[in-house]
Ligand binder design. Structure first.
Ligand code: NAP
Length: 264
């Protein structure tokens, strides 16, 4: 596994992390056990970045992550998110404590604002985020689905901390962030965390066969290799299936040439 620095911090996170949307969505406990096993396999393979949210499966995703990491908490980097309507000061503090309880940990590594909420001043949300950092409940602050101007406002609203990451949709089939958000993240040293990097499971059929053959990769692996070609990007594919998790973990075992990235 390859690791990259998170924003301007000294933290190293795996270039391929594990997204946890949909974990615990089914009522089938056997399915939960398979999802936990998949996360644990990913951790074994060096994927230390785990992304969840209070919203995912009404909190059950966080509970399953907690179960997966209970004997290796210090080896992983847990990112979770607070969403509207919980962006007022007191609601952020409460939501974070609830996430920590569901995760069964004493702190989260990265606490992200899931979406901007124009109805709540960003200064109010960020003042609560900074209190959480001060209290040791959160290590780093991130945002998600923030435009460049919203990112600027978020940074200005912080007095002691910096925005470490912006989590946005980025895949071979959706390159809109390349217009402005990616160049901004590169310039400002903010990690771009690529969500839905496998296009929600709609694996590309248009990757040239000669590229797949040359690097001995599956189309899904090529998509992850491509999306993380920039040093400022890490990706968080979701894999409830252990074979998918293994495939994703080895997707960056080698890097494609610039010409092949271009060809893709
Ligand atoms: P995704 O990662 O693009 O795709 C997930 C789908 O791809 C699942 O159906 C999975 O199946 C399948 N898959 C995984 N590895 C595969 C492989 N090697 N070969 C073939 N299929 C494979 O979609 P996503 O879940 O939307 O996005 C990933 C994560 O990003 C989420 O889990 C979440 O953490 C985050 N996210 C954040 C936001 C936001 O607003 N911040 C929005 C969406 C997503 P199996 O599960 O069966 O393995």
């Amino acid at each position: 596994m390859e690791y990259r620095q998170l924003g301007r911090t000294k933290e190293k996170v795996s270039v391929i992390g594990m997204g946890c949307w949909g974990l615990g969505l089914s009522a089938d406990r056997g399915e939960w056990a398979r999802e936990i096993a998949s996360l644990r396999r990913g951790i074994e393979l060096g994927m230390n970045l785990i992304d969840t949210a209070e919203r995912y499966s009404s909190g059950r995703s966080e509970e399953l992550v907690g179960e997966a990491v209970k004997d290796c908490r210090e080896d992983v980097f847990i990112a979770t998110k607070v969403a509207p309507p919980n962006l007022t000061h007191d609601a952020v503090i409460r939501a974070c404590k609830d996430s920590i309880r569901r995760l069964g940990v004493s702190y989260v590594d990265l606490y992200q604002i899931h979406w901007p909420d124009p109805g709540v001043p960003i200064k109010e949300t960020m003042s609560a985020m900074e209190k959480l950092v001060q209290a040791g409940l959160v290590r780093y602050i991130g945002v998600s689905n923030f435009s460049v101007s919203e990112s600027d406002d978020a940074r200005t609203a912080l007095s002691k901390n910096e925005i470490a990451s912006n989590q946005v949709e980025y895949a071979l089939s959706n390159r809109s962030v390349e217009a402005d958000i990616l160049p901004y993240c590169v310039r400002e040293k903010i990690t771009l965390m690529a969500y839905s990097p496998l296009a929600h499971g709609k694996i590309s059929r248009s990757i040239p066969a000669d590229i797949l053959q040359k690097y001995d990769m599956t189309p899904a692996q090529a998509m992850l290799n491509w999306v993380t070609r920039n040093e400022q990007v890490v990706a968080i594919p979701k894999a409830g299936n252990i074979n998918h998790q293994e495939e994703n973990a080895s997707s960056i075992a080698l890097r494609f040439s610039a010409a092949d990235y271009e060809k893709m």
